[in-house]
Design a protein. Structure first.
Length: 131
């Protein structure tokens, strides 16, 4: 895999924020989506790019993209539970996913980490076999 210059921002959502938590305006299921729409604009501001100079769009599968901007920019947003994550790049394709996991009952942390590591290794072998 090639080295990437992608940036990842992870933010816990402050659900007690009155604007975010106004259920008359935003249903709970849409809060992560709302933050996911704000994060790319925050990232643009961090790069001193006016979001008004950028046109947002979506791929045929619904993945949000920057359709037009002053420089090549890519990003991917994901959210689950109280986590919202964005990966940002300078034109290279980026992807990210986040999922809250719970330690299964009667499983030690070492056992859980071992299981997840085995699964990750298995998937990596599958990918390289297909390449």
């Amino acid at each position: 895999m090639a080295e990437s210059n992608a940036t990842i921002y992870v933010t816990p959502v402050e659900w007690n924020n009155k604007l975010i938590n106004n259920e008359a305006v935003y249903k709970p299921v849409h809060k992560g989506s709302l933050i996911g729409q704000l994060l790319p604009r925050y990232w643009l501001r961090q790069r001193q790019i006016d979001p008004e100079t950028v046109r947002f769009g979506a791929t045929e599968h619904g993945k949000p993209i920057i359709a037009r901007g002053p420089v090549p920019l890519t990003y991917n947003v994901t959210h689950d539970s109280d986590m919202v994550v964005i990966a940002c790049g300078s034109g290279e394709s980026v992807g990210i996913d986040v999922m809250r996991v719970a330690l299964p009952r009667r499983t030690s942390m070492d056992e859980f980490v071992g299981f997840v590591s085995e699964q990750a290794t298995y998937r990596a072998r599958e990918r390289s076999a297909r390449s």
